[in-house]
Design a protein around this ligand. Structure first.
Ligand SMILES: [Zn+2]
Ligand SMILES: [Zn+2]
Length: 296
């Protein structure tokens, strides 16, 4: 039997003259269709992930395609048993992904961006000697899974990338740089930024990890662990060929992809625990947090 729900992931860089009005239309459309999720609208475009019943997601994709600004927009579609969001949130922001370069330094992917590689091309490029594979996501995302041999920056926010790149990759300007992220949206700007910084050979994984996992040819090959997603699933499998687990229980070190937040609220840090350690010691990142939460 096929799943009754779907999760859609999409973005489009396009000029939006009236972001407030556009956000209002999105809100109305999603409410009418019973969709839930998170949508960000800016003058530079739209970025969203929503869940809903199959017919509702069909109607949504049709409505989006009927908008000339969004015609041909690519949707990544995952089947689901239920909603993967608790509510709907439509917000207007200065950027659809926040690089905060400001001062005229912002990246317009329509003007400058890295070469787009289809999954099979990306796989082949990864195998070339001297290639540097750069994870374009935050550390808490790459901790759950990343491409084999990739450089995973220790950053908490996408806007930290420019500084991280200047500090850590200044010697790599002649190397081939391959960037990847969840669905491709961040790489459009990240690869553009690298080109502007003087990196000569920059390419990006078109459609991101999600498309790479769904590609019938590569089937997620050489992606280690799971792909972090911003909905209730937290992690989704990518690799249908040679899967591994990279995350490990903070306490005992056993492989575990059970990703939780430390239950001492002021800490709230993300940790991997195995189920037996969680049962025994509670959902805490440390003895200290367990003590502070009381009773231990
Ligand atoms: Zn454990
Ligand atoms: Zn803690």
């Amino acid at each position: 039997m096929s799943a009754p729900f779907r999760i859609l992931l999409y973005y489009r860089y396009t000029q939006v003259d009236d972001p407030e009005g556009f956000a209002g239309e999105q809100q109305e459309l999603c409410e009418k269709l019973g969709l839930r999720g998170r949508i960000i609208v800016a003058a530079e475009g739209i970025n969203g992930t929503v869940s809903g019943e199959v017919v509702a997601t069909e109607a949504y994709m049709e409505a989006m395609n009927a908008d000339p600004r969004l015609a041909g927009i690519v949707f990544k579609v995952d089947p689901a048993d239920e909603h993967s969001f608790k509510k709907l949130s439509v917000k207007v922001r200065p950027e659809i992904v926040t690089l905060q370069l400001g001062g005229g330094g912002d990246i317009d992917p329509a003007a400058v961006t890295g070469r787009r590689l289809a999954p099979a091309e990306f796989y082949a490029a990864m195998k070339q000697e001297g290639t540097l594979v750069l994870d374009g996501r935050n550390k808490y995302e790459s901790d759950l899974g990343h491409f084999k041999g990739a450089v995973c920056p220790e950053v908490e926010n996408f806007r930290d990338f420019p500084e991280w790149i200047r500090e850590n990759l200044a010697d790599a300007k002649d190397r081939t740089i391959l960037t990847y992220c969840t669905g491709g949206i961040r790489c459009e700007k990240l690869s553009g930024f690298l080109l502007k910084e003087g990196f000569r050979n920059v390419a990006q994984l078109d459609g991101g990890i999600v498309s790479y996992g769904q590609d019938p040819e590569v089937q997620g090959r050489d992606f280690e662990g799971q792909c972090y997603v911003f909905d209730s699933r937290i992690g989704v499998p990518v690799n249908g060929t040679n899967p591994t687990v990279v995350a490990a229980c903070r306490i005992c070190g056993k492989s575990s992809e059970h990703y939780v937040n430390c239950a001492w609220k002021p800490c709230n840090c993300r940790i991997f625990l195995c189920f037996s350690c969680e049962k025994e010691a509670g959902r805490f990142c440390s003895d200290e947090c367990g003590r502070l939460a009381g009773g231990r």
